[in-house]
Design a protein around this ligand. Structure first.
Ligand code: NAD
Ligand code: GLY
Length: 368
C-alpha cells in the first residue's frame, strides 16, 4: 500500500492506494469520529462493493443511501435523499458520510456533508479511475445546474481517501479511458517526463496492468496533493488542473449531461487547448500531434461527437460553445481565463489570448 498526504495543516489527510484495501477495517476507523455512519453509493456500485464497506462499518450505527446512477442525477434535488436520511435518523454533527463510487457519488456526498448541519465529516472511497486520480482528492464538492457544470458547490475536504485499485477490475473500458484523460492532464500541465512514461505504458494501462495503474494513480494523486496543498481554494495555480475543462464543461452541458462522459469531454477540451495554443505559436504542430496521438492511444475522442448512445444526432454550435464558456467559473470580471500550453508538460493560465484565434478553434470543433 502507498500512503500519500494532502498537507493542509490541521485538515491534512491521507490517501491510501493499494489492492484489496476494502478488507481492512483498521484503515478507516481512525477517521470516523462519532458512532454514526451513512454510506452513499449508487445502484450499479451497491451490488459490487456495498457489503464490503458495510463490513468496514460494522462497529457503527450505519445507514445506506442508494442513488440512481448517472451524471444526470448530479443535481440539487439529487442530494435530497442523502439529507432526508440524515434528518430522518437524527444523525448528529459527528456523523461521517462515506462516498462509495465514482466522481458523481463523491461530489454529491461531499456536498451533502458540506451543508448538513453546516458541515460534517466525510470519507472518499473512489471506485473509478477518474475518481482515484482526481475527484476524490482536493475537496471540490458539488452538483450541476442545467446551465453549467459543477456550478453549485463547496470546498470541503474529506477525512481520508481509500483507493482500492481492485475495484477498477469491474469498470468498463470506456470508463477506464475516461479516467485516463485526467491522468494525461497531469502530464500536459507539468511533466514532460510523465508524458513520455505514459506514451511508453499506455498499452499496459489499457490492459489494466496493476503495476502501471498503481504508478499512474500514485503520480496523479501526488501531483494533485501538491497543487491542493499550495492553493486549496484555487486562487492561483490550482486552476491549471482545469486544463481542457472550460471547453470540456461546455461540451458536457451542451450535449446534455451524461451524453459525453466527463473524461471524454476533458480529452476533447485538451485537444482544443492544444489547437488554440498552437494558433498563438506557443507550441508547434509536432507537440499538438503528440498530444492527439496519446489521447487516441488511450481510446479517447479528439473531436466533439455528433451521435450519442441512443443513435440520436446531436449538434454543438459556435454560439452555444461561446454562451456556455461565458458562464465558466474562470470568468472573472467578465473576462474568460483559459489554461493553455507553452510546451509539452508546461501550462499557463491566461486571459491574454487572441479572441479571433479562439473563434477559429471553436469553428474547427463546433459541429453545427
Ligand atoms: P461516475 O461517477 O458517473 O462513474 C462512472 C460509471 O462507472 C457510473 O456508471 C458508475 O456507476 C460506474 N462505476 C463506478 N465504479 C465502478 C466500478 N468499480 N465498477 C463498475 N462500475 C463502476 O463518473 P466518474 O468519471 O467517476 O466521475 C465524473 C464526475 O466527477 C463528473 O461529475 C465530474 O464533474 C466530477 N469530477 C470532480 C472532480 C473534483 O475535483 N471534485 C474532478 C474531476 C471530475
Ligand atoms: N479537478 C480540478 C480540481 O480539483 O481542481
Amino acid at each position: 500500500m502507498i500512503t500519500l498526504n494532502v498537507d493542509l495543516g490541521d485538515r491534512s489527510y491521507p490517501i491510501f492506494i493499494g489492492e484489496d484495501l476494502l478488507q481492512d477495517k483498521s484503515l478507516i476507523s481512525p477517521y470516523i469520529a462519532g458512532k454514526q455512519v451513512v454510506i452513499v453509493t449508487n445502484e450499479t456500485i451497491a451490488p459490487l462493493y456495498l457489503d464490503k464497506v458495510l463490513s468496514l462499518c460494522s462497529d457503527y450505527q450505519c445507514k445506506t443511501v442508494i442513488l440512481p446512477d448517472g451524471e444526470v442525477y448530479k443535481t440539487y434535488d439529487g442530494i435530497l435523499p442523502i439529507i432526508d436520511c440524515l434528518m430522518e435518523n437524527q444523525f448528529d454533527r459527528r456523523v461521517t458520510l462515506i462516498a462509495l463510487g465514482g466522481g458523481v457519488i463523491g461530489d454529491m456526498t461531499g456536498y451533502a456533508a458540506a451543508i448538513y448541519r453546516r458541515g460534517v465529516n466525510f470519507i472518499q472511497i473512489p471506485t473509478t479511475l477518474l475518481a482515484q486520480v482526481d475527484s476524490s482528492v482536493g475537496g471540490k464538492t458539488g452538483v450541476n445546474h442545467p446551465l453549467g457544470k459543477n456550478m453549485i458547490g463547496a470546498f470541503h475536504q474529506p477525512q481520508c481517501v481509500l483507493a482500492d485499485t481492485l475495484t477498477l477490475n469491474t469498470l468498463d473500458d470506456r470508463q477506464l479511458s475516461a479516467g485516463m484523460a485526467e491522468v494525461i492532464k497531469y502530464a500536459l500541465i507539468n511533466s514532460g517526463e510523465f508524458f513520455t512514461w505514459l506514451k511508453a505504458n499506455m498499452s499496459a494501462l489499457n490492459q489494466r496492468d496493476p503495476e502501471a495503474l498503481a504508478y499512474a494513480i500514485e503520480f496523479s494523486c501526488q501531483d494533485k496533493a501538491d497543487v491542493v496543498a499550495a492553493d486549496e481554494k484555487e486562487q492561483g495555480q490550482r486552476a491549471l488542473l482545469n486544463l481542457g475543462h472550460t471547453f470540456g464543461h461546455a461540451i458536457e452541458t451542451g450535449l446534455g449531461y451524461g451524453n459525453c462522459l466527463h473524461g471524454e469531454a476533458v480529452a476533447i477540451g485538451m485537444v482544443m487547448a492544444a489547437d488554440l495554443s498552437m494558433r498563438h505559436g506557443w507550441i508547434d504542430e509536432s507537440v499538438r500531434q503528440q498530444i492527439i496521438s496519446l489521447i487516441e492511444l488511450a481510446n479517447l475522442p479528439t473531436c466533439v461527437p455528433t451521435e450519442i448512445a441512443n443513435g440520436q444526432t446531436i449538434k454543438l454550435s459556435v454560439e452555444k460553445f461561446t454562451e456556455l464558456m461565458a458562464g465558466d467559473k474562470k470568468v472573472l470580471d467578465g473576462q474568460l481565463h483559459l489554461i493553455l500550453l507553452n510546451a509539452l508538460g508546461s501550462s499557463l493560465i491566461t486571459s491574454d489570448f487572441d479572441g479571433e484565434k479562439l473563434s477559429q478553434t471553436l469553428e474547427v470543433f463546433a459541429t453545427a
